[in-house]
Design a protein around this ligand. Structure first.
Ligand SMILES: Nc1nc2c(ncn2[C@@H]2O[C@H](COP(=O)(O)OP(=O)(O)OP(=O)(O)O)[C@@H](O)[C@H]2O)c(=O)[nH]1
Ligand SMILES: [Mg+2]
Length: 262
């Protein structure tokens, strides 16, 4: 009898236990849901952060692009006066550029100016020829660029690092004077103030045009009002002889102009 009562009591407790177990499970479930939710929240936060970082990056890139565009525009504006060579080493000293068609006598003139004695060139310049000339109170760096076709594309590139332009023509090569004129005007057209010194070379040759004819043939009256322009009749004649006084004058003037431009 007692045992039966006991059993009944036990049976009565069963649902309680079930209830408790059920409650525990619910709690666990709730906890799991909460855990899940907080995990999702963390993920959401991470996503949000990622999105805002990406947005920031995009904005940064956009401002960089704008700045670059601005820079490009500025450079283009500056270049409207001076064509900048892509390979220009900015830190280098400015040089006196010596240009002109092949065979005009650039190397001969340059070496003679440097040595103070006539020195004929024996070979065409394939590329560049740099010559440093020291006078009593100055040091001048000359840069000749070869005059044949393949090297002419470098002329304009180096113009922006030129202190002044020495343009040499063969005064006796009448047929090529129009070509020389075309190149000269193309070059100086990119810089309205670059001083110009023209050497009407090979004056020793009988067929040579005199300076007035060279002035006309090269249309030197059209090189711009703001530019300093000088024209010298030169000749590199007998090897070893002293350079003519016109060449000495030209060298003194170049030194003067170069000093002014620095
Ligand atoms: N008669 C005479 N010949 C000259 C004179 N100057 C240069 N020459 C000769 O002309 C030729 C060409 O001279 P270069 O000094 O090599 O000419 P360049 O302008 O340097 O030619 P590239 O280097 O090819 O562009 C050489 O045979 C020189 O000896 C000159 O005043 N009179
Ligand atoms: Mg040469």
């Amino acid at each position: 009898m007692e045992r039966a009562k006991e059993k009944k009591r036990e049976k009565g407790k069963e649902p309680e236990k079930e209830k408790m177990r059920g409650k525990g499970k619910e709690k666990e479930k709730r906890k799991e849901v909460e855990k899940k939710k907080s995990k999702e929240k963390v993920k959401e936060k991470e996503k949000e952060e990622k999105r805002s970082k990406e947005e920031e990056k995009r904005k940064e890139q956009e401002t960089e692009k704008e700045q670059f565009k601005g820079k490009e525009k500025k450079e283009k504006d500056n270049n409207s006066i001076l064509t900048k060579p892509p390979l220009e080493p900015r830190e280098k000293n400015k040089q006196i550029l010596v240009l002109g068609l092949d065979g005009a006598g650039k190397t001969s003139v340059l070496h003679s100016l440097a040595l103070n004695r006539v020195q004929h060139s024996v070979a065409p310049t394939h590329g560049f020829n740099a010559v440093c000339i020291n006078t009593e109170d100055s040091q001048m760096e000359f840069l000749e660029i070869g005059g044949s076709e393949p090297f002419r594309s470098y002329w304009e590139m180096y113009l922006s690092r030129g202190l002044l332009l020495v343009f040499v023509v063969d005064s006796a090569d009448h047929n090529r004077l129009p070509e020389a004129k075309k190149h000269l005007h193309q070059l100086i057209g990119t810089n309205p103030i670059l001083p110009l010194v023209v050497f009407a070379n090979k004056q020793d040759l009988e067929a040579a045009y005199r300076i007035t004819d060279i002035h006309e043939a090269l249309a030197l009256s059209e090189v711009g009002n703001d530019r300093k322009v000088f024209l010298f009749g030169t000749q590199v004649t007998e090897n070893g002889s002293e350079i003519p006084s016109a060449m000495q004058d030209a060298r003194d003037l170049i030194a003067h102009l170069a000093a002014d431009m620095q």
